[in-house]
Each structure stands twice: as C-alpha cells, then as structure tokens.
Design a protein around this ligand. Structure first.
Ligand SMILES: C[S@@+](CC[C@H](N)C(=O)[O-])C[C@H]1O[C@@H](n2cnc3c(N)ncnc32)[C@H](O)[C@@H]1O
Length: 223
C-alpha cells in the first residue's frame, strides 16, 4: 500500500469485499486515515446464504460500515455502528453499487472466482482500483484487454513479493512461503497473486535498461 499513498488524499475508499471487523485493508486505511488525508472509508461485508433452522435474519444480511475519522481512536466498528443491507452484501447488488457510486477508489482482495465480474464492474463505473488477483488473471481475455489498452497495469510487487495473507490457527504452515510475524500472525505468501490497478506508480515511469537499438542492427532481428 505504501506505493500509492499520494492517490488517497481527499478520496473515498471502498473495500467492497471486506468485513470491517477483521479486514486488514480496513485496518490499514482506518489506522492511516489522517496521514493519507482520506475523506471517508467504507467497508462492506458479504454474508453467504447458509440456510438452516438456527439462522437468524442477522446471519443472512450483509452489512457495511462508514468511517469518517471522527470516531477517534475507535477504529473497529461495534455492532451499533454497523448498517445492515437488505440483501446479502454481494458487491454486485444494487445496495453495494450505491456505495460504489459514492466512492473514488476500491481497494480489496475480491473472491478470485468473481474477479472478472469485479473488475468489469469497476471499469463500468469508471472507478480507480487497487485489487489483488490470481497471477493467471492477466491471461483472462477481459483483463488482458485492459492491460493492452493501458487502462490497468500490474501494481508494485507480485508473487512472494506481496507481503502475504494471515491464515487461521488450523492452517498448516509449511515450506518457505510460511512464517510467523512479530505479532504472532501466521502468514502465507503464496507465489500466485498479483496487484491489478489503474493507480499510477513510479515504477511505470522508470526506464527499462536496454542493451541495443533496433535501428542500425536490423540484420540481427530479421523478424
Ligand atoms: C479473498 S477474501 C478477502 C477478504 C478481505 N478482502 C481481506 O483481505 O481480508 C474474499 C472475501 O470476499 C467475500 N465475498 C465472497 N463472495 C462475495 C461477493 N459476491 N460479494 C462480496 N464479497 C464476497 C468473502 O466472504 C471473503 O471475505
């Protein structure tokens, strides 16, 4: 996130696949709200519809939380701060789209199975975004087209260069991609993720160190 700081000033950031009580994206933006100069932070949480005898209405409805930085040190929402959706909080629902329209930049780690739909919704609503996807996403027809047309690009760092995902206790840690950080978080850095964004980065403006010119060396490159 540190590479995009200048983009967030006076902006409304929306994490649309994020439970504000546990999402580290929400945590990052709430904790750095003033430093980044954010206008507002919204996080919305999807509730998978699991129907059984013991379900309550609250189990079924998605919810969202709007943070404006005036909440003082209290960065995590309590149950009274949360606003329930009428529906399940799917990012494709009209209720979530209303929040999207009020936002400037979407930052999240969407479900990879819905990655295409997630990106096409952002493009349709002309939003800035910084999202995590599977590395194979660049080969998807819809995503490659955006890259080719210079409407989206890879963010800084990919694969193990992404700091990793906190996993639950029961998740087995093995190999070089697993570690426990100073706070005791169990972290996996898989080598199959990337950032997709349309926020400009300094990296995009660095010259590539080239070794030879085509002109004057045409014979070496007959095709
Ligand atoms: C890969 S997880 C990332 C969670 C969160 N962004 C984070 O980094 O902690 C994807 C999240 O998307 C949620 N999700 C699944 N389907 C969704 C949908 N249709 N609309 C919105 N969120 C969805 C899941 O419940 C899950 O929390």
């Amino acid at each position: 996130m540190q590479h995009y700081k200048s983009h967030f000033k006076d902006k409304v950031v929306y994490c649309n696949c994020d439970d504000p009580r546990i999402s580290n994206f929400f945590n990052y933006f709430a904790s750095n709200f003033k430093e980044l100069g954010l206008k507002k932070l919204i996080a919305s949480c999807y509730r998978e519809q699991v129907r059984d005898l013991f379900n309550t209405k609250e189990d079924e409805n998605g919810f969202y939380f709007e943070y404006t930085g005036t909440e003082g040190e209290k960065k995590k929402p309590s149950s009274t701060d949360i606003i329930y959706f009428k529906g399940d909080g799917d990012f494709r629902n009209s209720e979530s789209i209303e929040l999207l329209k009020k936002s400037d930049i979407v930052v999240t780690n969407p479900p990879f199975s819905l990655f295409r739909e997630h990106v096409s919704q952002l493009v349709k609503h002309d939003k800035k975004f910084l999202i995590i996807g599977n590395i194979n996403a660049i080969t998807y027809q819809e995503i490659f087209k955006l890259i080719k047309e210079n409407k989206a690009w890879l963010g800084i760092n990919l694969g193990r260069g992404i700091s990793g995902f906190i996993v639950p206790e029961h998740y087995e840690l093995y190999g070089t991609e697993a570690r426990i950080d100073d706070s005791g978080n169990r972290i996996i850095s898989p080598n199959n993720c990337l950032w997709l964004t349309n926020l400009d980065t300094s990296k995009r403006h660095e010259n590539i160190a080239l070794t030879k010119r085509y002109f004057g060396n045409e014979n070496e490159y007959p095709k």
